[in-house]
Design a protein around this ligand. Sequence first.
Ligand SMILES: [Zn+2]
Length: 157
Amino acid sequence: MTDRHGELVESARELHSGKRHWNDRWLLVAGGAALALGLVAIVLGWYGAAQSTLDFEQTPYVISGGLLGVGLIVLGSFLYFSFWLTCLVRENRQTATRTAAHQDRLEHLVAQLLVDRPEQLVVTEHGTVVHRVGCPATLGQPVEATTASSATCELCR
Ligand SMILES: [Zn+2]
């Protein structure tokens, strides 16, 4: 509970400060602007070239409109791709942090369970050996309390 509360407080602070994700948000803004400018440059170059039938008059429009437009579109695409990769990396890190926190919590709960009832003996549904509560061999299986101590488990005896 305190871990989740601390996570909530930290996230609220980041939201309040407004600094969250702005360091990579510029990639999205610049990529979108470069894509839009590239499309505009291509349309303007096409419009300028369409006004004349002479090659020497069309060439400057093709160079300044078409090539600049394609360059801006490629640049914008790379910037947007970088933003997308940054989002993936951030999500991966957050997921890894949460998974590690949950794993620590589960280990703590299992350890607490072993401390609370160290002498309790259990047997699995089809098992023939007796285990202590929390034995790794019984994880994920239904167990019943027992008092018989015929054969004990090698892992938890
Ligand atoms: Zn065992």
